[in-house]
Structure formats: structure tokens, C-alpha cells
Ligand binder design. Structure first.
Ligand SMILES: [Zn+2]
Length: 124
């Protein structure tokens, strides 16, 4: 199940970001998932829960935002959202297109609680 591997990577990134921000804990992670990303949101949520059983992400929430698929017409260059198949360009009705969006999965935002700092300023 590649959602687990994907989630492992994403969580590694979240932890890096959290560390950079000196976070005490992570409350919420917002993930954007394209319509064509070929991942199951349920599987992502499941993997997220399984991978956040301890550490600073324990109990963190996962929110998944769905991104629309976007295609660019090969004939006239018009970009349009993909709502249903088969595709045809709303401007020129061409059936020839390139998918330009909707296949991505990325971290949209991370909501973390920073450690309280008491003037322990060591900058590196
Ligand atoms: Zn067109």
C-alpha cells in the first residue's frame, strides 16, 4: 500500500518543519491531495494515525483537502478544471489535452505549538 510510504515521507517532512519551529507538539496537518493523485484518503488517514502514536505528533489531526484536476488544451492552450471524462476543451472543444494539475500530494500547512522559550537564545 503506497499510501503508507507516502505518509511516512510526509510525516518526516512535518517533523523537520516542527523541529525548525521549535515545536512542542503538532496539532494539525493539512494535506492537499489532487483528484488524480491515485491515493485513497482513507488509507492516508489510517497511515497517519498509525504513524502518529507517539512523539510530538501524538494525537495530531489530519485534514485532507482535495484539489481539482486541471488540464491544458493542446490546441488552444486554454486551462480548465476537469469535472468529468471524457475531456473536451470548453473553448475549442478539442479532445487533446495535457494534465497540468491534480496529480500532486503536498503539505499545505502545519499547525504546531511552539515550546515556550525563556531567553535561551542560541542561534546557529
Ligand atoms: Zn482548446
Amino acid at each position: 500500500m503506497h499510501e503508507t510510504a507516502l505518509m511516512q515521507n510526509l510525516i518526516a517532512t512535518v517533523l523537520q518543519v516542527a523541529e525548525k519551529h521549535n515545536a512542542a507538539r503538532v496539532n494539525r496537518v493539512v494535506l492537499s491531495v489532487g483528484k488524480l493523485a491515485n491515493v485513497l484518503p482513507e488509507a492516508l488517514s489510517f497511515a497517519f494515525e498509525a504513524l502518529t502514536q507517539d512523539g510530538i505528533m501524538k494525537g495530531a489531526e489530519l485534514e485532507i483537502k482535495h484539489l481539482p484536476a486541471v488540464a491544458r488544451c493542446d490546441s488552444c492552450g486554454h486551462e480548465y478544471q476537469v469535472d468529468e471524462w471524457p475531456l473536451s476543451c470548453p473553448a475549442c472543444q478539442s479532445r487533446s489535452f495535457v494534465i497540468t494539475g491534480g496529480e500532486e500530494v503536498y503539505l499545505e500547512s502545519i499547525d504546531c505549538v511552539e515550546k515556550s522559550v525563556h531567553g535561551e537564545g542560541s542561534e546557529g
